[in-house]
Design a protein around this ligand. Structure first.
Ligand SMILES: Cc1cc2nc3c(=O)[nH]c(=O)nc-3n(C[C@H](O)[C@H](O)[C@H](O)COP(=O)(O)OP(=O)(O)OC[C@H]3O[C@@H](n4cnc5c(N)ncnc54)[C@H](O)[C@@H]3O)c2cc1C
Ligand code: SF4
Length: 500
């Protein structure tokens, strides 16, 4: 679908809503299936490639109500089966169809604490929307009810009203819980544990909170204001926050329990250790991990060239290695930071790319060039040790590997050179070993991920873990889901202790 201006989309929606609004009660499935998908209004691709404002603008009320009318209100609600936190999807969508937006938010918040965030970054097309009967009937997942866009619409609507509800906190119990890391896993645990009246302290290594939602996912996909508001809610609930506090260095995990008197600890330290290709030239000036590149841009505000805490490397031609969301974010950020040409280099085809389809489509609209079935062999530099080119190899697809994806096989003798001055490596992240190294009795697997039981409890007494540090690099919603489970187990443990 080619880009359409927000004005055209909005006018179309108003007309459709007018046609249906008086007959909502009697709409049959066949009528609903005829209603067109409401595209997400977005900034013009040429304009947005040069600013950091959010790409997607969000539905108008009319667009949201028309999209909600597409839901068939199925008896067997397969969409819910696809949601990791089991939101009552048809329940909240029905409220939107009737214009009852507060009721819709209330339904979502029974299961998910961060709907403005999940509505923006969850991979709905492989979760709830993949299972939606509308998409199945129309034989196209892109035609499923746009559940994520509707979730975002109502969450934004609530914020715009200026009366986001602060969850009720029960009377103080005297129990203390430490949370290490302020990503989505840690934030969810903080909220759920604090609600029970336990004192909660978040320890965060960085000077700002939010984990990858702050330092990884760029402003143009997830504005910082939204992350700030979620944290603000926690502060209003009485959660204490200690920034620039690296557990394992500032203080050891065991000391939090043995010396500082915490009754439980949750580890939500994520997967922030970047992986590299291990090829010649990776130590040249101008090679970055996507983590470092995005952290400089997002957290250190490198785009604000005059006031930035850290300078950004001046790039004209950038190659990004990888095909996931991190690669898309790095490529699109490089464009916004002034690169004239940005290549994404991926060794399989577009079909196997793990990045969200929407992000790939947005990147293409913005002029990012994709080189599929290609990979870097060697990075080349000039006499000053700065990147000036990259030698690549062409690939073809062979038999499926253990992940079920067809294995990329190198085509011998296919070497070619492209001119680049910057290479960003976005091929995955592992877990940071610091806490494990300083906590000998904490069990981890061979990748350094913390081993937990079905209640997220680790090998150590009173210590729980969840999110990427357990799963390996995963998603926001899965981190939140693990956080909820851990919080329930911590609350249960503390309640039993209080009861004696
Ligand atoms: C660029 C990028 C784009 C992504 N895009 C998407 C997307 O579109 N959709 C999606 O669902 N997921 C996306 N993800 C993945 C998603 O962001 C993560 O799965 C999720 O944030 C994991 O949450 P977490 O709470 O486990 O950890 P994190 O978000 O990684 O947070 C961990 C926090 O712990 C802190 N910490 C680490 N060690 C210590 C220590 N020793 N002491 C104190 N604090 C510590 C870190 O500073 C960090 O703030 C993306 C990831 C990246 C990197
Ligand atoms: S599967 Fe799709 S159509 Fe059916 S209830 Fe869920 S969102 Fe609505």
């Amino acid at each position: 679908m080619s880009y359409q201006s927000p004005d055209i989309l909005s006018a179309n929606a108003k007309k459709i809503l007018n046609d249906y609004i008086h007959n909502v009660e009697n709409l049959k499935a066949k009528d609903r299936l005829k209603i067109p998908v409401q595209d997400m209004p977005a900034q013009d691709p040429i304009v947005r490639g040069h600013n950091l404002e959010e790409v997607a603008i969000g539905y108008t009320m009319e667009e949201a109500r028309v999209e909600a009318l597409r839901c068939l209100e199925c008896v067997k609600q397969t969409c819910i089966d696809g949601c990791p936190v089991k939101i009552d999807i048809p329940g909240f969508i029905k409220h939107i169809a009737y214009g009852e937006f507060q009721n819709a938010v209330d339904v979502i918040k029974e299961a998910s604490l961060l709907p403005s965030i999940c509505g923006r970054v969850c991979p709905q097309e492989t979760q709830c929307q993949e299972n939606c009967k509308v998409g199945i009937a129309l034989k196209d997942v892109d035609k499923s009810v746009a559940i994520g866009r509707l979730e975002r619409f109502v969450a934004d609507w609530e914020r715009e009203q200026g009366n986001v509800k602060i969850p009720h906190v029960k009377p103080e119990t005297g129990k203390k819980v430490a949370i290490i890391g302020s990503g989505p896993a840690g934030l969810v645990v903080a909220a759920d544990v604090r609600r029970e009246g336990h004192s909660v302290t978040i320890f965060e290594a960085f000077h700002k909170l939010g984990g990858v939602m702050r330092y990884g996912i760029p402003e143009f996909r997830l504005p910082n204001d939204i992350v700030d508001e979620e944290i603000d809610t926690l502060v209003k609930m009485g959660v204490e926050i200690k920034k620039n506090y690296v557990v394992g260095r500032t203080r050891k995990l065991n000391d939090l329990i043995e010396k500082d008197g915490f009754d439980a600890v949750f580890i939500g330290t994520g997967a922030g250790l970047p992986m590299f290709m291990g090829i010649e030239g990776e130590n040249l000036v101008g090679v970055f991990s996507a983590n470092e590149y995005l952290t400089r841009a997002n957290l250190m505000r490198a785009f604000d060239k005059k006031n930035a805490d850290t300078p950004i490397y001046p790039s004209k031609i950038v190659a990004v290695l990888g095909g996931g969301n991190v690669a898309m974010d790095a490529a699109r950020m490089a464009l916004r930071l002034g690169a004239e040409k940005v290549y994404v280099i991926y060794r399989r085809t577009e079909v196997e790319m793990p990045a969200r389809k929407e992000e790939v489509a947005h990147a293409k609209e913005e002029g990012i060039e994709f080189n599929f079935l290609t990979n870097a062999k060697k990075i080349l530099g000039n006499e000053k040790g700065k990147v000036n080119a990259m030698e690549c190899l062409r690939y073809e697809l062979g038999e499926p590997d253990s992940s079920g994806r067809r294995r990329p096989v190198v085509i011998e003798g296919s070497e070619f050179i492209i001119d680049v001055d910057t290479v960003i490596v976005a091929i995955g992240n592992g877990s940071n070993p610091l806490i494990k190294q300083t906590t000998p009795n904490l069990e981890t697997n061979k990748w350094g991920n913390i081993i937990v039981d079905e209640n997220q409890k680790s090998s150590m007494d009173r210590v729980f873990a969840g999110g990427d540090i357990v799963l390996g690099a995963a998603t926001v919603i899965l981190a939140m889901g693990e956080g909820r489970k851990a919080a329930a187990a911590i609350n249960d443990m503390l309640a039993k202790e209080i009861a004696g």
